[in-house]
Ligand binder design. Structure first.
Ligand SMILES: Cc1cc2nc3c(=O)[nH]c(=O)nc-3n(C[C@H](O)[C@H](O)[C@H](O)COP(=O)(O)O)c2cc1C
Length: 249
């Protein structure tokens, strides 16, 4: 039997306690990087097209809200790189970097502007992209090609507890969390905020997917260890917290 009380308490705000404690930020510890560093050596970077609002097929905001829904049936068609570019920008693109680089403003809000997430993509079918695992670089609006895929649909379906529409989607967004990026400022009070932030990111995906005439579905039911393994995350200082498959409908 899981501990409901601990989980319920975790959902409540304990920020009032934070005034009695000194964070790394208050101790002048240098801020952590706002984007995960890239590996040394030869790497493959893909420049993304500019996010272009001309390609929105449903620009009417009220209609977007009415028609937004979770979609679990996708056609076998590919996404275009321009569509993917728009979705990446709408969910985690950088509008402006603050100060000398301690925080950033993006199309989604984030407690303390910490934006403690990295966006990974498991790509099955996107024009001009080899199937595989990619990571979004929000400060340069590029993709880093992490590795080619072997059996990606099967691996993803299994890691998402048999949800086949996830494994077979054209692209799967997987948001990881690097908790220290928010703990640096908010210590043990950071974790609730990060979970709230993740909701904003996925909601922007829902709305922009709808505006582009595509489909998505938030995914909270997944195997933590299996998803972390697919993306090669250590599960401690970085781990998956939310996913969303995207495809044509
Ligand atoms: C945090 C969260 C986790 C979810 N996890 C799943 C999931 O693992 N599988 C799934 O099919 N739908 C999942 N959903 C989608 C919900 O089932 C869906 O939002 C709900 O049925 C309402 O439908 P609507 O989004 O079309 O309004 C999730 C939604 C949220 C917000």
């Amino acid at each position: 039997m899981s501990d409901y009380k601990t989980n319920r308490d975790f959902m409540k705000s304990d920020f009032a306690e934070s005034v009695h404690e000194i964070s790394d930020q208050a101790n002048n510890v240098p801020y952590p990087p706002l984007q995960k560093p890239l590996p040394e050596g030869e790497i493959q970077l893909i420049q993304l097209p500019d996010p272009d609002s001309d390609r929105l097929v449903k620009p009417d905001f009220h209609r977007l809200l009415l028609e937004r829904q979770s979609r679990r049936k996708f056609t076998p068609e590919s996404l275009s790189l321009a569509e993917l570019s728009y979705l990446l920008w709408a969910t985690q693109g950088v509008i402006v970097t603050l100060g000398l680089g301690y925080a950033s403003r993006r199309p989604v809000p984030s407690g303390g502007a910490r934006h403690a997430f990295e966006t990974y993509l498991a790509i099955n079918r996107v024009e001009d992209l080899e199937p595989g695992i990619y990571r979004y670089l929000p400060f340069s609006h590029e993709l880093y090609f992490q590795e080619p895929a072997q059996n990606l649909p099967e691996l993803l379906t299994e890691a998402n507890l048999g949800q086949k529409f996830v494994g077979n989607a054209a692209a799967v967004f997987a948001w990881s969390c690097i908790p220290y990026r928010a703990e640096w400022r908010y210590m043990q009070y950071a974790h609730k905020t990060m979970l709230l932030d993740a909701g904003h990111v996925c909601q922007n995906l829902y709305l922009s997917v709808e505006a582009l005439g595509l489909g998505t579905c938030a995914i909270g039911a997944y195997d933590q260890a299996a998803m972390d393994a697919i993306l090669e995350l250590d599960g401690e200082d970085e781990y998956v917290i939310y996913l969303a498959p995207v495809g044509k409908i």
